[in-house]
Write a protein that binds this ligand. Structure first.
Ligand SMILES: Nc1ncnc2c1ncn2[C@@H]1O[C@H](COP(=O)(O)OP(=O)(O)OP(=O)(O)O)[C@@H](O)[C@H]1O
Length: 198
């Protein structure tokens, strides 16, 4: 990989910690600087989803072959379907000159650490479990069961984030503007460098 490439940004945090909210703010402020890598999935496309934009849709056999060939930086299974980030997906973003963003959960973070990707690792932390619960409820997207599942998973993610060296940056999303300023500070130098190089 070229050494002048911008380091990808891994953003992790429990469901409801504010990843989408903060990343959307960042995309809005710097529309040409960032892009999500396009994941592979074995699930079927939903109406309106576009191959190569929302996901790369593949058959299970193809997905498994890619695992065997070492094509994935990380992969996981959710409700019977497989999802993964390929090395190629990150390269595709890098070719566009943008900073690649990977929104992955804890196992993804652990797996990416075993590769030579060398991203910056950011963890978005809710101010407390109580606040996280209220935000998830307030979003109005969860059933009681999925709320509980998200809270259980959140506990694991918070424990991992407390481990020494797990993340380069831990941003507590209490006040949205303060949290955004911290996220911005992480990418500020790269964004400035990119402006100069273009
Ligand atoms: N600092 C904040 N103060 C108050 N509410 C917030 C703050 N940050 C995010 N929220 C709200 O909390 C809810 C969860 O945020 P968001 O959907 O961005 O989380 P997420 O980490 O992307 O979750 P998921 O992983 O499930 O997609 C949203 O309703 C959002 O508006």
């Amino acid at each position: 990989m070229a050494s002048s490439r911008y380091r990808p940004l891994v953003v992790s945090g429990p469901s409801g910690s504010g990843k989408s909210t903060l990343l959307n703010k960042m995309f809005a402020e710097f529309p040409d600087s960032f892009a999500f890598s396009v994941s592979h999935t074995t699930r079927n496309p939903r109406p309106g989803e576009v191959e190569g934009k929302d996901y790369h849709y593949v058959q299970r056999e193809q997905f498994e072959k890619m695992i065997e060939d070492g094509g994935f930086l990380e992969h996981a299974q959710f409700s019977g379907n497989r999802y993964g980030t390929s090395q190629q997906a990150v390269l595709d973003i890098e070719k566009t000159g943008r900073i690649c963003i990977l929104d992955v959960e804890i196992n993804g973070v652990k797996n990416i650490k075993k590769t030579d990707l060398n991203p910056r690792y950011v963890f978005l932390k809710p101010p407390s479990m109580e606040v996280l619960k209220e935000r998830l409820k307030g979003r109005g997207t969860e059933s009681d069961e999925s709320l509980q599942r998200r809270l259980d998973t959140a506990k694991e993610a918070l424990d991992y984030a407390d481990e020494e060296g797990a993340y380069d940056y831990v941003i507590v999303n209490d006040n949205i503007d303060t949290a955004y300023e911290q996220l911005r500070a992480v990418v500020k130098d790269d964004v400035e460098k990119m402006r100069k190089e273009r």
